[in-house]
Design a protein around this ligand. Structure first.
Ligand SMILES: Nc1ncnc2c1ncn2[C@@H]1O[C@H](COP(=O)(O)OP(=O)(O)OP(=O)(O)O)[C@@H](O)[C@H]1O
Length: 239
């Protein structure tokens, strides 16, 4: 089977903070409809990679080609308008607003019928949020707040969803729920680039993985091809 044209092409990407280089020539693709997970030890540049894709940090050189458009160096709002949304580790929700108000804030300038339809789709995906739509977001559990953060990103109907540690601090049971959510998003045709330290979740939810070490891609492959044997990758990441 022919490999489809990548939705995202990262080429020789360099990013640093001050004089400190973090990404040093990272090159990889994200294929349409897949979930690609970035693996690597703490500080290897995983979150920096997501932040470079969504424009929170500016690459010093290299290319970020999204559906044929060069986005490296564009401002975050322009990149968002091209269809890239990030769910950050901090979630960045408004705690005193209701669930529904937080979701509506993700809808860009869309209004009226289109907004109601998208809200309906998000509630279909997250019935627990529909039940709690009028509740202040701060009163939700951590897992439910993570659903709001993902739901809010989906309100912009992104073509690429960036997920930074979706399991962050949540129970194993919720990790399974996140994995199911990622499955349904794939069915909906959402392409995902994810950072995830919980390897059970990463290998359960992702189609492919790459391993970053010191800002370079040192390995990668198809999750199914490993047939559950992840030991070599775990050694590669942590030793
Ligand atoms: N805004 C910043 N200013 C200066 N240094 C930063 C900044 N953000 C990240 N760094 C540094 O860049 C390096 C890579 O950070 P990054 O968050 O990309 O790593 P990571 O692989 O996601 O790590 P972790 O798994 O611990 O979240 C770290 O050494 C971090 O301290």
């Amino acid at each position: 089977m022919d490999t489809p044209e990548p939705l995202l092409k990262i080429r020789d990407l360099h990013v640093g903070y001050g004089k400190k280089p973090i990404l040093r020539g990272a090159t990889y693709d994200v294929l349409p409809g897949e979930c690609l997970t970035l693996l690597g030890a703490n500080g290897s540049g995983k979150s920096t990679s997501l932040n470079a894709v969504c424009g929170f940090v500016k690459p010093s050189s290299g290319s970020v080609l999204f559906d044929g458009i060069e986005t490296a160096g564009l401002s975050p709002h322009k990149i968002f308008a091209h269809g890239i949304a990030q769910v950050s580790q901090a979630r960045d929700l408004f705690p005193d607003l209701t669930v529904e108000d937080n979701l509506r804030l993700g809808a860009m300038r869309r209004g009226g019928k289109e907004l109601s339809q998208t809200l309906g789709l998000v509630y279909d995906r997250f019935p627990r949020l529909a039940e709690r739509r009028k509740q202040a977001t701060r009163t939700l559990s951590g897992g439910e707040q993570q659903m709001v953060a993902i739901g809010r990103a989906l309100m912009s109907r992104p073509r690429l969803l960036l997920l930074d540690e979706p399991s962050g601090g949540l129970s194993p049971q919720f990790c399974e729920e996140i994995a199911r959510i990622i499955d349904t998003l794939k069915e909906d045709g959402v392409t995902m680039l994810m950072v995830e330290q919980n390897l059970n979740l990463a290998f359960r939810a992702a189609d492919r993985f790459i391993v970053l070490r010191d800002g370079e891609v040192v390995d990668g492959g198809d999750v199914r091809a490993m047939a559950g044997d992840h030991d070599a990758i775990v050694r590669e990441i942590y030793l």
